[in-house]
Design a protein around this ligand. Structure first.
Ligand SMILES: Cc1cc2nc3c(=O)[nH]c(=O)nc-3n(C[C@H](O)[C@H](O)[C@H](O)COP(=O)(O)O)c2cc1C
Length: 415
């Protein structure tokens, strides 16, 4: 796990940094927190200290009781210069929230606090998460400061759009949710420090097509977006990802190995070939449940009287879980509708021997297949969790967080 430096500057969203520190600590990272004086007007250092188990530093003239070490790390014999030691020891440095004032200082190279001085001295990956009123964010000065930081290879985590702290105002400036911040931070960590380093993840995406004739098929509306988001999220965490893409028109995420298939039988064969060497299976593809009993050799003409007969295709998930081992974590997806959808998904969880079912309510047209957004319910043997409407990227991170928890509970490597 990694040594993370968390800089907190003065803004309303500083309270979210407490949750970020908690999530990072629970995830096994060693976290040291640096606050600006301004930040201490919004949240107390004692809360961070309780969460991360290490003193918070504010002034560059303060002595660090831990001598620049991270929680559980070795402490040097001598008393080093605090800001240099912390900057040298960290694997990544995230400033969240980054106020307009602190961003301006970081862009200008001002070093007048523990946070800013360490930022200047840090050669590890550096990230900033701006959070402020939308007019402050849109201001040319803030935008120029962010451009300068980007040019200097600082990763800027864009703020979300939505309700702002000032009453009744909406706009771009919200600090993303802590779990998203942690996912972005972990994605920036050097190899060897990412949480899913060494984990092999198999993702299926898209919808299979069963031919009627050489140009027509029986298929479904799955675009593959959810599977792509899962593949990208797993790759960001350091996993070796194989994506089996069934008729997916979109490009695969960087670093992901892609296998293209068309029919359910091809998907079953490709998944079967990859499954035994995978630690995690994320079965997001929507296989066609039926195939035509006969495929016309030539293109059917309008004048032809066509009587389509369909037969069920193989149950890929059930086929794979029948040969699963206890070291594997298997996530199935269920597209259901109606009042009994939870019971049907739960029944699928048990019948198919999966560890988690991600339930999509296909009766809601605002979510699902071709949308960039989704809302799902996560169902595992113990509990059900509703994940409200959000981007497929965010849903993917929530699903992987749950996979990590399930693996940890089962005593398996990687979260
Ligand atoms: C109630 C209140 C809320 C504020 N919220 C923000 C904010 O969300 N983002 C921001 O950039 N500044 C915000 N400010 C202004 C900063 O706190 C101010 O610019 C301060 O000097 C920042 O100092 P620092 O960057 O050293 O932490 C807020 C100020 C007040 C009084």
């Amino acid at each position: 796990m990694a040594r993370i430096l968390l800089g907190v500057s003065g803004g309303i969203a500083a309270y979210k940094a407490l949750e970020l520190a908690r999530l990072a600590t629970v995830a096994g990272h060693g976290v040291r927190v640096l606050m600006t004086e301004g930040a201490t007007r919004f949240v107390g250092a004692a809360s961070f200290e309780g969460i991360v188990g290490a003193p918070v530093l504010i002034s560059e003239f303060e002595r660090d009781p831990l001598r620049g070490a991270f929680p559980d790390g070795p402490r040097p014999e001598h008393d080093p210069i605090g800001h240099l030691e912390l900057a040298a020891n960290c694997d990544a440095y995230l400033v969240a929230p980054a106020s307009a004032n602190t961003l301006a200082k970081l862009a200008a190279g001002i070093a007048d606090s523990m946070l800013t001085t360490s930022f200047l001295a840090c050669t590890a990956p550096r990230l900033v998460a701006p959070a402020m009123n939308d007019r402050m964010y849109a201001n040319a000065a803030t935008q120029a400061n962010l451009a300068t930081l980007r040019e200097r290879r600082v990763t800027v985590i864009e703020p979300d759009e939505g309700a702002l702290a000032s009453r009744g105002e909406r706009g771009r400036g919200r600090l993303p949710e802590p779990a998203r911040l942690l996912a972005r931070l972990e994605a920036a960590l050097p190899a060897g420090h990412r949480p899913w380093d060494g984990l092999r993840v198999l993702v299926t995406a898209g919808g299979t097509r069963e031919p009627i004739d050489p140009v027509r098929f029986v298929g479904n509306r799955s675009s593959g977006r959810m599977g792509l988001a899962l593949a990208a999220a797993a790759a960001r965490r350091g996993a070796d990802v194989t994506l089996i893409a069934a008729n997916v028109a979109l490009p695969e995420p960087p670093g992901v190995r892609r296998v293209d298939v068309e029919t359910t039988a091809q998907l079953a064969a490709a998944a079967g070939a990859e499954f035994s060497s995978s630690h995690v299976l994320l079965m997001a593809a929507a296989p066609a449940d039926f195939r035509t009993t006969e495929v016309a050799e030539a293109k059917l003409r309008r004048q032809d009287s066509v009587d389509l007969r369909l037969e069920p295709t193989e149950d890929i998930l059930a086929g794979l879980t029948a040969i699963r081992t206890d070291e594997q974590t298997i996530v199935g997806f269920a597209a259901e509708h109606g009042n009994e959808r939870i019971e049907r998904a739960r029944e699928k969880l048990t019948r198919k021997k999966a560890d988690l079912i991600v339930l999509n309510d296909v009766s809601d047209p605002s979510i699902g297949f071709e949308s960039d957004q989704n809302a799902v319910t996560l169902i595992d043997p113990k509990e059900e969790t509703d994940v409200p409407l959000s981007s497929k990227d965010s849903i993917a991170d929530t699903i992987l967080d749950r996979v990590g928890q399930l693996r940890a509970e089962a005593g398996l490597p990687a979260r």
